[in-house]
Every structure is written in C-alpha cells, then in structure tokens.
Ligand binder design. Structure first.
Ligand code: PRX
Length: 688
C-alpha cells in the first residue's frame, strides 16, 4: 500500500478507536429526565421558561450584555464583540473595569459585615476563620500595597504556589487590584512542574506558604517551592523574590528556612503596610486577569490567558443565572483553587455576586467520610459543587449524609462523566431529592460552563450535561466536519459554533497553539472574519439527544482525565523517559472504579538493561516527582517492544485495550510485529 494511503487508514482506525473507547468507558443508555423540585422552581433566579430565548442566535452577541451588566464598569464598552482577528475575539472593547473592585469594594456598602469567605481548616479542633467583605477589603489592600512596594505593576506576572487557605484568594485579588497577572499553580504539583510554569510565565516573584494540612499530614510546602526556584535557576530563569505566607501566624513551620535576600515572610511585610489602602487600577476589558496552565497534547503545559472583562462577566453571569447563587447562599465548591473550577466558581464568580464562599483545607474523606456533611450542617451550606470522583469515593467509603441536618438547593457535578448509580446517590442520598443536580461541562480554556441546564425551569437528565449554556450553541461534527443531527445517537466531536466572553484570550506566548489546537481542524475559511466559520473544538466526544441535551463521552485526544484532573500523555511519557535505561514510554487510560481513569504506563528498555521491579518503581517515582502525585501511574509494565506501526508510531489504542482487559484490538495489520500484542497481554494479564 502506498505510504500516504496507509497513513490515512491508520488515522481512521485511531480516530474510530478513540470514540468507541470513550463510549465503552461510560455506557449506560438511560433516557431519564427528572423535573426540578417545586421549591427550586419557585426560588431560582430564572423561573421564566422563555428566559433562554434572550440568548438566541438573533440576539448574539448583545445577549451577553445581560452578563456584563452584572458588573460595575469604570468605562462602558463601545464594541460588544470585535471579530476582526479571528479567532482572537475581543469582548466589551473600550470598556474598563477592575476585577478586585467588582469582587470586593462594591459589596462593602450592602454586605460589608457579611461573610465573604468561611475557611474550614483540616484539624477539626482548630477554629474556622471568617472574613467579612470588609475584612477581605482590608487584607487585599494591605497585600496589594506589599506587591506595589516590590515594584510590581499592571501587566507583570506573578506565580502563586499555594494551597487552600484564605490567603490564596486574598493574594489573587490583590494582584487583580493592580492589574498584575496571577498564575496560580496547583499546590499538589511537584517543584519541577511549578518551575516549568514559572519559567513560561516569566515570573520574577513567587508567592507561597510554609506548609499546610492534607489527609492528616503536614505538607512541608516551602521545600517544594525551593525546588521550583532551584529548577528554574538551573534552566536560566531567576526568581528574584519569594514571599512566604505562614499557615500559623505565630510560627514558621518548614525545614526549608527563608533564604536571606530572596525570601520574605509575608508576616513581616504586612506589618510594614498595615492599614494601607491602594486605589484599584481600572483595566481594559481585554487585558489578562490570570494565566491558568493546563495539559495539552504536547509535553508542554499550555498557559490559558483569561481576560478581565469577558471572563468576569461570564463567570458572574453563569453563577447567577445557571448556578443560581444568591447573596444569601453559602456556596461550597470542593475543587482546589489551583484549578480553573476554583478560579471561576470559588473566587471570581461567587464573589462578584457578593455571595459567601466556604473554602476548606484537606480532603473530603479525612478524618472520616462524613466530613462534608458535618461541614454542610455546621456552616449551613446551601450549594455544593464537586466532582464525580469525590462522590464515588464518599459513596464507596460508606459516607452517611442522612445523619446530618443540612439542606442543599443545587448540587453541581463537574470534571468527568458521572455514572447513573453515582448520580442517583448524589441526588437521593446527598441532595435528599430536594436539590437540583447540575452537570456542568466545560474546560480550563473556556473560562466557564459550556453546557448546563437552567435549574429552575429545565429538567435534569441522568448522566448527561444539559443543553448549551445561555448564549452557547454547541454542535457535534463527524470526522469531516459534517454536523451530526441531535437524536441520531451517533458520537462525534463536540464543538461550539460561536464565540463567548469566557473563552481564553490566547495561549500565553503561543497564540499559534490556540489556532492549531482549537480551530484549525474544522475552520471553514481561514480568511473569513465571520465567527460562523470558526467553530471551537473542545476535544471531547459527545452525543446529543433530540431535546438538545449533550452526553459527554470522554477525550478524543492525548489527554487522560484522572479523577477530574487533566493530564497530558506526553508529559507523563517525557517524565518516564528521564529514567536511565528507558527507551520508549506510552501511557494509556485504564478505567477505574473510583477515579474514572488512571494512567497505565508501558515502557521498553534500551539494550543492556534488564527488566526489574526497581526500574518500574524508579519510573513511577520519576513521574510523581516531575509532575505530582496525581499523575503517578497505576502500573508500570516493562515490555520487550511497543506495538508499533511501520511508520514507527506506537498504537496506544492497543495498549489501552490490554489495560482494560479487552481484546477488540481492531485492525492490527499495520503493526510491524503483530505478535507483540499477545506478548504484552501475557505480561499484563498472565498467560491464557
Ligand atoms: O473531558 C472533559 C472533562 O474535563 C475536560 C476539561 O478538563 P479541565 O480543563 O481540567 O477542566 C475541568 C473542569 C472544568 C473536558 O474536556 N469534563 C469536564 N466537565 C465534564 C467533563 N466530562 C464529562 N462531564 C462533565 N461535566
């Protein structure tokens, strides 16, 4: 067969395999709709079934004024949507605003004495901390004054490497007050992973903490921060200053002592700036608010840059009209602020609306799996927001919500597909059938929700996310960009036909990657300035039913979703290749009862190296140390060779089949040595 043709067929097989694998991963087939409880129908912001019409295509893009008008603008915009440079859309052009002002200052008059943040520490004998909006205003100003005194100004970048403590949102908002672009790195990432993000963002200042509690253990975080700074230095990037918060105000609790001239305790800096007020900086709507790194199909994480105006409008709008967050609500999103969910639905969205957010240290299952319901009862949580992984784990560990007296209105699920039995437990046991389960589908790149139903007027569908969120028009395309009609039952690429204000502005220092990764494949005309020619490709497989509800099946690309965390296969493979003797590495998703998927890693060795449990362990540890514990492979299999095509490509779908105990390998004729498949099977499953 001619080389070109062979490649084409191979590509076909790969694509097909990905879709069917995703389908197998979450195959339930029910078509069950459940009406919202009567009380929610009465209470919700949106009780008018025709509300969605305000966001119809004829009203686009002006429909998003409904969202932007939730904010206070220093200068109103002159152009709602500028499409002159597709796909780098700009929203609310000409407008000026400040995110910190919108999340803090403007609430003082009405809600100054209301709790903005309730912080629940992990040790249960430690008191909670409550910050009213006034407290938040006071502290954000002092921190902003510190940042300003270091010479930081609008447009500079600062990396934050912090766990779930109130000082994290305080620091983010202090940056936003001055127009400084923050880049918060998930505290569970390793030092080297943090270094990579510091270097890419070109941050000269790192803000971190001495340590924190997780799962009953004290994590010495400053040690990781030091690794980050050292690794960055080895790669030629100097972090000039490290600011260190303390988990306990009266003591510094890390084996890594502050380094003279480089490290500064926030406690000391704050003292010098006590009581200072810093005027907020009115910023252009299309200026960056923050960078959030996420995994892509290459080994290098992508820095998604989110805007001040469009992003803030979008998260405030979805929080009000879909999430249904009222100022009286106590909203608890269990996500880590180090992920986009925390940025959008703990910090910026709810605080823009003047709500009360609960933030907790630790994990839901420690000291016991009833912790979430104890917290809900004690603090009067009315909205819970979490991922299927947490729900699965709590259910499995015998968590018993019935013993606790709380009342939820809204239960959000996000990050992964949710299986019917997990959904039912969430709705029935956790929500006591009094709350709406809101399955929200979106991504780091999208800033806010893309699919979700309106909780007060539209039914829930078990295991499906909703229709497009307000003003979002999703569509499913087949491999050739032809629309798959709703109700056909066929899976394809879920795409969004139109721009929306929450989408990232660009990829930090790599705009080309945005075009390539999200637009190129289905762009109808690259010369066109019409947004209709530029659908956004999410990279997920989905189906759409007749009613327009989408069911997300899983990723179509080289990304693995582990417990709702997104990991790039290339990142894991590159980490494995750092171990001496490893010749090749391939990682595939293995279906897991609790985490959705876990990474299974296959490696082959260079000549002269013998397989041994030590090498496998070294590889496991390398992945853990280079990326972080979440990426640790479930298994490392040492194989004599990889299943490779004649063009040298590793057929990962074959390895995925083996990991998942399936023998429906599909066509193996393009493999150089088809017999290797049986050999690998034996290594994984034993003979026979
Ligand atoms: O595959 C989809 C899955 O998570 C991916 C985005 O991951 P990330 O950027 O880390 O953001 C996670 C939180 C928004 C998506 O491409 N995903 C997200 N939400 C859902 C989901 N899969 C199924 N159902 C969801 N509700």
């Amino acid at each position: 067969m001619a080389g070109g043709k062979a490649k084409e067929i191979e590509k076909e097989i790969e694509k097909e395999a990905r879709i069917s694998e995703a389908e197998v991963a979450v195959h339930w087939g029910e078509e069950e709709y459940i009406e919202p409880p009567e009380e929610i129908k009465r209470q919700a912001y949106v009780t008018d079934p025709t509300f969605r019409e305000k966001f119809k295509e004829e009203n686009f893009p002006e429909c998003f004024h409904i969202y932007a008008d939730l904010l206070d603008w220093d200068r109103y915009w002159h152009t709602t949507l500028d499409t002159s440079n597709p796909p780098f859309w700009k929203w609310f052009v000409g407008g000026k605003l400040n995110a910190c002002y919108n999340c803090v200052d403007r609430h003082l008059k009405k809600y100054g004495n209301k709790a903005a943040i309730i912080w629940v520490p992990e040790p249960e004998d430690e008191p909670k901390r409550v910050l009213t909006y006034y407290d938040l205003y006071y502290q954000v100003n002092v921190v902003a004054s510190v940042l300003q005194s270091l010479g930081l100004k609008a447009g500079d970048t600062v990396t934050l490497y912090m766990p779930m403590v109130p000082e994290l949102p305080i620091t983010m908002l202090a940056c936003a007050r001055l127009g400084i672009i923050h880049s918060q790195v998930f505290s569970g990432f390793s030092g080297p992973a943090c270094a990579e993000r510091i270097i890419d963002a070109e941050s000269k200042v790192l803000i971190t903490i001495d340590g924190y509690w997780r799962n009953g253990k004290w994590i010495d975080h400053k040690k990781n921060a030091d690794i980050a700074v050292n690794v960055a230095a080895e790669r030629g990037h100097k972090v000039e200053k490290v600011l260190i918060w303390q988990r306990y105000r009266d003591r510094y609790n890390s084996e890594s002592k502050p380094i003279e001239g480089r490290d500064f305790l926030m406690k000391d800096l704050l003292k010098e700036h006590r009581g200072k007020k810093v005027p907020y900086v009115p910023m252009p709507a299309e200026a960056p608010l923050f960078i959030m790194y996420t995994s892509g199909s290459t080994g290098k994480p992508k820095g998604c840059v989110h805007s001040i105006g469009g992003y803030l409008a979008y998260v405030a709008g979805t929080c009000k009209y879909i999430h249904d967050i009222h100022p009286e609500d106590i909203h608890w999103c269990m996500a880590d602020i180090g992920w986009i969910t925390g940025h959008s639905y703990i910090v910026y969205g709810p605080l823009a609306l003047g709500a009360t957010v609960l933030i907790y240290e630790g994990v839901p299952t420690y000291p016991d799996p009833d912790r979430p319901w104890r917290i809900a009862e004690r603090y009067g949580v009315t909205i819970l927001h979490t991922a299927p992984t947490a729900i699965r784990l709590l259910k499995k560990l015998g968590s018993d919500p019935s013993k606790y007296d709380y009342k939820f209105r809204i239960l959000v699920t996000v990050g992964e597909p949710i299986e019917p039995e997990v959904w039912r437990w969430y709705y029935t046991a956790v929500g006591k059938k009094q709350a709406v389960v809101l399955d929200t589908w979106w991504q780091t790149e999208t800033g806010g929700w893309l699919c979700a139903h309106l909780p007060g007027v539209e039914p829930m569908k078990l295991g499906s996310t909703g229709p497009g969120a307000l003003g979002i028009y999703p569509v499913i395309y087949d491999e050739n960009g032809n629309e798959i009609p709703p109700g056909s039952g066929k899976a394809g690429y879920i795409c969004i036909k139109n721009p929306w204000p929450g989408r990232m502005l660009t990829i930090w220092k790599n705009p080309e990657r945005m075009i390539k990764g999200y637009y190129e494949k289905f762009c109808k005309n690259k010369e066109s300035k019409d947004w209709r020619d530029w659908p956004y490709i999410a990279g997920d497989a989905a189906t759409c039913d007749k009613r327009g509800y989408f069911r997300i099946l899983g990723r179509m690309d080289d990304i693995i979703n582990v417990a709702g965390h997104r990991l790039g296969t290339k990142e894991i493979e590159s980490a494995a290749l750092t171990v001496e003797g490893v010749a090749e590495a391939a990682v595939v998703p293995k279906i897991d009862e609790l985490k959705g998927h876990v990474p299974d890693l296959y490696i082959s060795l260079k000549d002269g190296y013998e397989p041994s449990p030590e090498i496998a362990e070294k590889v496991k540890m390398a992945v853990r140390n280079i990326i972080g514990p979440i990426a640790t492979p479930a298994h490392v299999y040492i194989v004599p060779d990889m299943p490779k095509t004649r063009s040298g490509k590793i057929m990962r779908r074959v390895l995925a089949c083996i990991s998942n105990g399936r023998k429906d390998f599909g066509d193996l004729t393009t493999l150089i040595d088809p017999s290797i498949v049986e050999k690998i099977w034996e290594i994984v499953h034993g003979e026979g």
